[in-house]
Design a protein. Structure first.
Length: 429
């Protein structure tokens, strides 16, 4: 299964003339190797280019992971780059061999040693949590939070036991009892404060598509506040489980009748309060899968709890369960502290609340432009960021999607590189 379409193979010779003349070509093979063995996959594009510029050739691998070329004598660079998607994870493979020397009597077989890095198919595309001004500008409204989860690949993604969590403390500038000697005391888990939320069934997201989760009211908020968003769409999901103890009507009004009840996320409250207090200034938000463990069983299990303070209990979510996370810092404060480990998010994105802003993932310009189906559909000159914060790709993701393009978002596990502050939430119309 391949994540991105690569350029069609250039024509190559089907036979080689080894006559020593000026047009002589020689048959060579290039083999993909991974972790000491052949990477046996058919259809992977291998590129062969004259070292320091010049002619280039492409060929696809056979079932043994070997690509065949007929080329003139010379020194070449062989390379391969591709992605595979499976079980919610994306593996990016890269390999280069800069020592392919073709002669009349020299080597005829060369290897490309592949290295792999893992990301996830599902990413947090947008987090809108800061609220918006009221219509008369005298106050702000904060009960319209949402998150957009996006399939950042060309393959359908199905995740079981998908959950939402937020790390302690709620605000990035709050006192953090997890720091000792300037470092976090945990290294292989992330604290999930108060409660977790989970989907009632497996979640499938089609390629380059998204789902929206209303984190407070799954209603049309624009009916009262025109600067807000309409979260009453029947395709949306809602954090709504009054029976667990989250009964605060400001946070959880009854969802729109258009939203089916099987789109209600469930929860288990192991902390205190009548609402899940996701910060409207600076949350550390993450999504994870409990894999083979039922989410409710995990949430109820006392053995994975940590008593953060006399009033707050956390659940220890193993790092290997975490699919994606984003560390949000509070604008205007110099005492923000990390809560997510670098393995989850090595950076942070700053948010100014109460103005209708969101944190929005940047576009991977190179990967998006490489998709052949995007020809003529991408919209440029993006101007949707705020002063000092923008998407460096220059691609207007939402306008491009509306035009029919497929967007690949940047995913380096570093919010400083991957996100910007968007001046208008993408769901606002």
């Amino acid at each position: 299964m391949f994540f991105a379409a690569l350029a069609a193979a250039l024509p190559v010779f089907t036979s080689c003339e080894e006559n020593g003349g000026p047009e002589a070509t020689y048959e060579i093979s290039v083999n993909l190797m991974y972790e000491g063995s052949a990477y046996e996959e058919e259809g992977i594009t291998v590129s062969l280019s004259v070292f320091n510029g010049g002619a280039s050739y492409e060929a696809a691998t056979n079932a043994s992971g070997t690509a065949s070329f007929c080329v003139p004598a010379g020194t070449y660079e062989a390379s391969a780059s591709f992605r595979t998607a499976e079980n919610g994870n994306v593996l990016t493979f890269n390999g280069v061999n800069s020592s392919v020397v073709v002669t009349a009597s020299g080597e005829t077989s060369f290897d490309i040693v592949l290295t792999a890095s893992e990301t996830n198919q599902i990413v947090i595309k947008e987090l809108y949590i800061g609220g918006c001004p009221t219509d008369d500008g005298s106050d702000y409204y904060q009960y319209d939070k949402y998150v957009v989860l996006y399939n950042n690949s060309s393959e359908s993604a199905t995740l079981a036991n998908l959950c939402l969590g937020m790390a302690t403390p709620y605000n990035s500038n709050g006192t953090n009892n997890y720091y000792e000697g300037g470092s976090l005391i945990y290294s292989d888990w992330i604290p999930a404060a108060c409660a977790i939320w989970w989907f009632q069934q497996d979640v499938t997201i089609e390629p380059y598509s998204q789902i929206v989760v209303a984190l407070n009211g799954a209603i049309d908020h624009t009916a009262t506040y025109s600067n807000s968003v309409d979260l009453s769409n029947s395709a949306y999901y809602a954090t709504y489980d009054p029976e667990c103890g989250f009964s605060n009507a400001n946070y959880y009004p009854a969802p729109s009748a258009a939203i089916p009840t099987d789109h209600y996320l469930q929860s288990y409250l192991y902390g205190r309060g009548n609402a899940w207090p996701l910060s409207n200034t600076s949350p550390a938000f993450f999504i994870f899968s409990t894999e083979g463990t039922a989410p409710e069983a995990f949430a109820q299990d006392p053995s994975n709890k940590y008593q953060y303070s006399s009033a707050l209990t956390d659940a220890k979510v193993p790092v290997e369960w975490i699919i994606d996370g984003v560390e949000v810092f509070r604008s205007g404060y110099d005492n923000n502290q990390k809560r997510l480990l670098a393995s989850v998010d090595a950076g942070s994105v700053t948010l100014t609340g109460r103005l209708g802003y969101s944190v929005y993932r940047n576009v991977d310009k190179e990967a998006t432009e490489a998709l052949l189906e995007n020809e003529g559909l991408l919209v440029y000159n993006y101007a949707g960021g705020t002063d000092g914060s923008t998407d460096p790709s220059g691609i207007d993701a939402e306008a491009s999607i509306a035009a029919g393009a497929h967007i690949v978002y940047k995913d380096t596990n570093n919010a400083s590189n991957d996100f910007h502050q968007r001046a208008r939430a993408s769901l606002r119309r």
